[in-house]
Design a protein around this ligand. Structure first.
Ligand code: COA
Length: 388
């Protein structure tokens, strides 16, 4: 019934003055990041993402997101101290995550966990810049604790409390596995957080800005962002990539698998992008670190499948991998369960969302576009007894 179109509707397509999916529409200004598809570049507050990934730890990038500038040594020390002091979650918050159905997707767990955390904050309606900044740092600190708790509970294991002597990346491994792996693995994970931190007006960020524009709170906006990120056309793609690679499993059949998928007009996960049409600026860096994970763990077959799929897609369709394509196998080789890949993305993207939420709040007007109505023409309600 939702397909119903008024047969008397006189098409006036010119009334819809944006392309489907808001393609190409510039919605507002932003000083957080810029995607430049012509030069395959992405800058966070002016800094190329590749330089940030190689030279800064994720905490520095988070600070950059919130404050607009990279921290100096003293500022970083203070910021890290604050973030570490916020890592614990309440017993009630932990219990909410523990009580969720074991089979629920970890994105639903983190969505619920953040939502519950919002109810615990008595300053929920206080959206002053300083308060929102403090809430953003709390989200940055607590989301990994919630994700790791869910990771443990789903395996029937006990919760491991955060270790405040460790970086965000190290601490996440500690809370999931009870140990911190070798430095190369931590670095690859840290790089992935930086690459996932921010990407202008993507679907989840735009969603969180829409929620903020109603003068709702930062937690509601973050929960809405998580909901948007879960979908396989957005963040959920990093999980789908690994399911696909596992289905292929043998590099020798990867080429044929891709040719068959294209012949069947299937959407292949981890390829394509609304903005980048010549390749995703983040992919070379993440691919390099995924290859390092393969070298370290001896799991070359995922990178062989990667190369094969990438080659055929480029030759046949001129469509290139997006960040989810190398991130999926990289996380798998680090030892994470596949359905935790998108919650890891949340741990990173909370920084971008918060930056946008604060930017929207600072210069707000409610986001309220129009639609062209094509449904039933106006009619009168018949009494129930007279309806067919
Ligand atoms: N596999 C196969 N074909 C693809 C494709 C993919 N992953 N991505 C795009 N295409 C094709 C489309 O079928 C379309 O072909 P057509 O013109 O012959 O119909 C053409 O490329 C244009 O794609 P379009 O659907 O207009 O792109 P979009 O901007 O609406 O969507 C994505 C962008 C990211 C949603 C889309 O590329 C996609 O679904 N990718 C897979 C999911 C994914 O990896 N998401 C993570 C994004 S970071």
């Amino acid at each position: 019934m939702s397909e119903y179109i008024n047969p008397d509707y006189v098409p006036e397509p010119e009334k819809v003055n944006t392309k489907k999916g808001l393609e190409g529409a510039v919605i507002d200004t932003s000083s957080v990041s810029k995607v430049n598809p012509d030069t395959n570049s992405l800058i966070y507050r002016g800094y190329p993402v590749q330089e940030l990934a190689e030279n800064c730890k994720f905490e520095e990038v988070a600070y950059l997101m919130y404050h607009g500038e990279l921290p100096n040594k003293a500022q970083l020390t203070e910021f890290e101290k604050l973030e570490r002091s916020y890592r614990d979650i309440t017993k009630a918050n932990l219990e909410v995550i523990r009580l969720l159905p074991k089979k629920c997707h970890p994105m639903d767990s983190i969505r619920t966990g953040v939502s519950f955390f919002g109810t615990e904050d008595e300053r929920i309606w206080d959206a002053k810049p300083a308060t929102n900044l403090d809430k953003a740092v709390r989200l940055l600190a607590k989301i990994p604790t919630m994700v790791a708790a869910d990771f443990r509970f789903k395996k029937g294991l006990d919760f491991i409390p955060p270790n405040k002597d460790l970086s965000i990346a190290e601490n996440f491994f500690h809370m999931c596995f009870g140990k911190v792996p070798q430095a190369e693995i931590v670095k690859a994970f840290d790089v992935s957080l930086t690459l996932y931190a921010e990407h202008s007006f993507n679907a989840s960020t735009f969603t969180s800005r829409v929620v903020t524009s109603t003068e709702s709170d930062i937690y509601s906006a973050t929960v809405a962002g998580i909901g948007a990120l879960k979908g396989p056309l957005h963040g959920g793609a990093n999980e789908m990539v690994m399911h696909m690679m596992k289905e292929i499993n043998d590099p020798a059949i990867a080429e044929k698998w891709m040719l068959d998928a294209l012949a069947a007009k299937k959407k292949v996960m981890g390829f394509g992008h609304r903005v980048y049409k010549k390749g995703d600026s983040r992919v070379p860096t993440m691919k390099k670190y995924a290859q390092k994970m393969a070298d370290l763990t001896g799991q070359q077959k995922w990178m062989q499948i990667y190369e094969s799929l990438e080659k055929v897609m480029a030759e046949k369709k001129k469509i290139y991998p997006n960040l989810d394509f190398p991130a999926g196998p990289a996380y798998y080789m680090m030892g994470f369960e596949i359905d935790f890949f998108t919650p890891i993305f949340v741990m990173a993207r909370t920084t971008g969302w918060s930056a946008h939420i604060m930017e929207q709040a600072a210069n707000n007007r409610i986001i309220r576009p129009l639609s062209e109505y094509i449904g039933a023409p106006q009619r009168s309600v018949k009494p129930l007894a007279e309806r067919n």
